[in-house]
Ligand binder design. Structure first.
Ligand code: F6R
Length: 615
């Protein structure tokens, strides 16, 4: 097998971001990584490598199953890949065929038994699954009354038992019959006792990696990019079987499907941390380049995007989490510089808000991964009403990119750190480019200055690091900003929650007097986004009101003020609209440093993983 140099590879894929939403009881939203290999090489070492690369998708337990000499061997346990591999020697399991999984708990706690792969009663099948089987309770009851014994509390185990029932009809039929019974969203890969693997997807990503001597079936191209840049992206409802080194893809009726092989085409530096302690730190540092890369767009697509946008009767902009904060900035930029009115809708709310679209409407969907379920739901809703879909996406092979009328890429390479950093500033840089195009170069003259300013804030991180040391034990942090700085206050608060586990709240500075002022007291920490622009005077008054109540004030500004207990300096910009892209970086550094000070791994925050492909 050829091992591609990860430093030189062209790649694409799903580098999406997951927020695990905790709801009542033990029902977690999930995102796991799954991988299967069937080829001429020893499967287990390849699978363990893949799991390490995809660990950002979920990391509470790990397991591998291989097929060797008519037997299926399963080893699994709780912990991260390196740890479980060390304890159980996963990489030394024999056989050229196998599957692997990193789990993010959904149904059932984090235990060895609940770790994947799951087998059925006869141990002739093992399955790894990502997603949620909504009807698992009724399936489980049905299977148990038919004599099946369950060993885990997971929803996923039902897949193995249903496959087992139909296995005597052949693998293809077993896969089809099993998919027919499942409701919810899933991608699963199964290894069968006669040495084949089968995969299926519905509303969860699954991609086949094609090498000269075998196939991978993976949730993410990262699972195989070290070995091949040839990928087949399976569509919803597709099923595949790799048997005797032959790949077959078919639909739910068994009809063959031919998908093109895509040469993954996303040029990236590297997916290793390199000299950095964490992916998050690396990605923060990469921003001096990625904000430039965001400007490299295909002329024709950019023209189409802008044409559709300016000719729309009504415009909605949607996204989740960080990408929603970009949407807020986009709305502001369009209104201010393009004189275009748009509405923003946080994607998880779209089913209540996107009700009056038609063929003259446009939905602009913003997403790093292009796989976020809430975002895809918004798109479906808009599409059903006849609206056009424009998107801003980092992963250009994602479902969102593929379904859009015009898709612009943020071009920032894979983002592995769970918290969005470089993808956010790339989204902003691209949004500024689009706005500039629409307002006929009203922003272009000062374009170079924000790039230099980004470089400057990254290399002068000392004041953010000092401030982090001072506020690391704060239990509540408030971030204040007006106008374009308000979405940055929201984004800064999100980074602090995710990375530093601190309660943080972004507040529109003018709202202080309408309530939050009651919270200001001696132990409160308030970060003020306060560049010397049109918002400065009003925001500095807020700083005085806060200080008078004894709170600690951290000012992020190009101008030093005595009122600040700590001043994080940012460069002065002639075009004040560019401040958001610059001022968010100290907040990313602050949150990262607070995580370190609290001994928290910033790449793998608790309860979170990369990509929210479930609702
Ligand atoms: C925040 C974060 C999440 C994502 C959100 C949307 O740091 O990572 O809030 O921004 O889950 O993800 P995408 O942009 O992939 O749709």
């Amino acid at each position: 097998m050829t091992v591609l140099n990860p430093y030189k590879i062209l790649l694409n894929g799903d580098y999406s971001t997951l927020i695990v939403v905790l709801s009542a009881a033990t029902f977690f939203r999930s995102m796991c990584s799954i991988i299967g290999y069937n080829g001429k090489n020893s499967a287990a070492p390849l699978i363990v490598d893949s799991l390490k690369r995809m660990e950002y998708r979920g990391y509470d337990s790990v397991g591998v199953a291989t097929f060797d000499s008519g037997n299926i061997l399963v080893r699994k346990g709780i912990g991260k890949v390196a740890e479980v591999n060390k304890n159980l020697n996963l990489g030394q399991m024999s056989g050229n065929i196998g599957i692997g999984h990193t789990r993010w708990a959904t149904h059932g706690g984090v235990t060895d038994k609940n770790a994947h792969p799951h087998s059925a009663c006869k141990k002739d099948i093992a399955v790894v699954h990502n997603g949620i089987i909504e009807n698992y309770k009724e399936l489980k009851e049905e299977l148990m009354s038919a004599g099946h014994t369950f060993v885990s509390e997971t929803d996923s185990e039902v897949i193995a038992h249903i496959l087992e029932i139909h296995y005597n009809k052949g693998i293809k039929e077993a896969m089809i019959e099993t998919c027919k019974r499942l409701r919810g969203n899933y991608a699963f890969v199964a290894v069968f006792q006669d040495g084949a693997i089968g995969g299926a997807r519905y509303e969860e990503p699954l991609v086949v990696g094609v090498t000269n001597d075998g196939y991978f079936v993976s949730s993410d191209v990262l699972g195989f990019l070290e070995y091949t840049d040839k990928a087949i992206f399976l569509e919803n409802g597709d099923i595949c079987v790799v048997d005797n080194s032959k790949l077959e893809i078919f639909d739910s009726q068994g009809r063959p499907i031919a998908h093109p092989i895509t040469q993954v085409a996303w040029e990236l530096g590297d997916i290793d941390k390199g000299k950095y302690a964490h992916h998050t730190l690396k990605e923060i540092n990469e921003q001096q380049l990625t904000v430039i890369h965001a400007g490299r767009q295909d002329e024709a697509v950019m023209n189409k995007f802008c044409d559709v946008l300016v000719n729309a009767k009504d415009i909605y902009i949607t996204g989740s989490g960080t990408s929603h904060h970009s949407a807020l900035i986009f709305k502001h930029m369009l209104a201010r510089f393009g004189k275009i009115r748009a509405e923003t809708v946080v994607s998880s709310e779209s089913k209540y808000a996107l009700a009056s679209m038609d063929s003259n409407s446009v939905l602009i969907a913003i997403s790093q991964s292009g796989e976020t379920a809430d975002v895809l739901d918004s798109v479906r809703l808009a599409r059903d009403q006849g609206a056009k879909i424009l998107s801003i996406v980092n992963v250009t092979t994602s479902s969102l990119a593929r379904t859009s009328d015009a898709c612009l890429s943020t071009n920032c390479g894979p983002e592995i750190g769970v918290a969005a950093t470089k993808s956010f500033t790339s989204q902003l840089a691209l949004i500024y480019n689009i706005t500039d195009r629409i307002c006929k170069n009203c922003l272009a003259t000062e374009k170079a200055e924000f790039v230099i300013a980004v470089e400057n804030v990254i290399s002068n991180s000392a004041s953010s690091i000092r401030a982090a040391a001072q506020i690391k034990d704060a239990s509540d942090v408030y971030l204040l900003g007006r106008s374009l700085h308000y979405p940055i206050a929201l984004e800064g608060a999100l980074k602090m929650k995710e990375l530093a586990y601190v309660h943080a709240e972004g507040i529109a500075a003018g709202e202080l007097k309408h309530g939050p002022l009651a919270l200001m007291e001696k132990n409160t920490v308030v970060i003020i986004l306060n560049p010397h622009d049109a918002t400065f005077n009003d925001t500095i008054s807020n700083a005085h009101e806060i200080k008078a109540r004894g709170a600690t004030v951290i000012g992020i500004s190009d101008r030093k003020e005595d009122i600040y207990d700590y001043w994080i300096e940012i460069p002065h910009l002639k075009e004040e609209a560019y401040y958001p892209i610059v001022e968010v970086i100290p907040l990313q550094i602050l949150a990262y440093q607070m995580a370190l000070a609290k001994n928290v791994d910033p790449d793998y925050p608790r309860n979170l993983a990369k990509s929210v492909t479930v609702r």
